[in-house]
Design a protein around this ligand. Structure first.
Ligand code: DAT
Ligand code: MG
Length: 151
């Protein structure tokens, strides 16, 4: 099923110069970027984005971290995009993520795990996309290799 997912290179990933590497991996896989912007998240947006975690002990640190510097917010589209990006990201904790995954290749610490991707809970992807992007910011186009990516 063709679907969209929200992906964000977190402040650690931006500061470490990993935006290009991460975009490249998603592009190489065949996923299509349909929206993207470098942005500084404010506290309100951070708290809403991570609302499911508001009662967790790490919530304040998480909000502090995600607002600590620019992030690269993106929307990616493709077949089973939500699950495929989650698989490419690895586990939440980089220490438990396999080599070859983004978190397994570029992180060591749970609180500095480089990338966010929507989870597979139905509706999570669209909720996050709506939170960060206006519909007009999402571009509809075909990539020239799509006929070779999909049967
Ligand atoms: P994910 O980012 O893999 O979807 P999540 O939604 O459970 O993971 O948590 C959101 C972020 O919060 C995660 O990327 C890192 C941080 N986090 C999660 N669990 C944590 C914990 N036990 N201690 C500290 N930070 C945590
Ligand atoms: Mg999550």
């Amino acid at each position: 099923m063709t679907e969209r997912t929200f992906v964000m290179v977190k402040p650690d990933g931006v500061q470490r110069g990993l935006v290009g590497e991460i975009v490249g991996r998603l592009e190489d896989r065949g996923l299509k970027m349909v929206g993207g912007k470098l942005m500084q998240i404010d506290r309100d947006l951070a708290e809403e984005h991570y609302g499911e975690h508001e009662d967790k002990p790490f919530f304040d640190d998480l909000v502090g971290f995600i607002t600590s510097g620019p992030v690269m917010a993106m929307v990616w589209e493709g077949q089973d995009a939500v699950q495929q990006v989650r698989t490419m990201m690895g586990e939440t904790d980089p220490a438990e993520s396999a080599p070859g995954t983004i978190r397994g290749d570029f992180g060591l610490d749970l609180g500095r795990n480089v990338i966010h991707g929507s989870d597979t809970e139905p509706g999570s992807n669209e909720r996050e996309i709506d939170l960060f992007f206006d519909e007009a910011e999402l571009i509809h186009y075909e990539r020239v290799d799509e006929q070779w990516l999909y049967e």
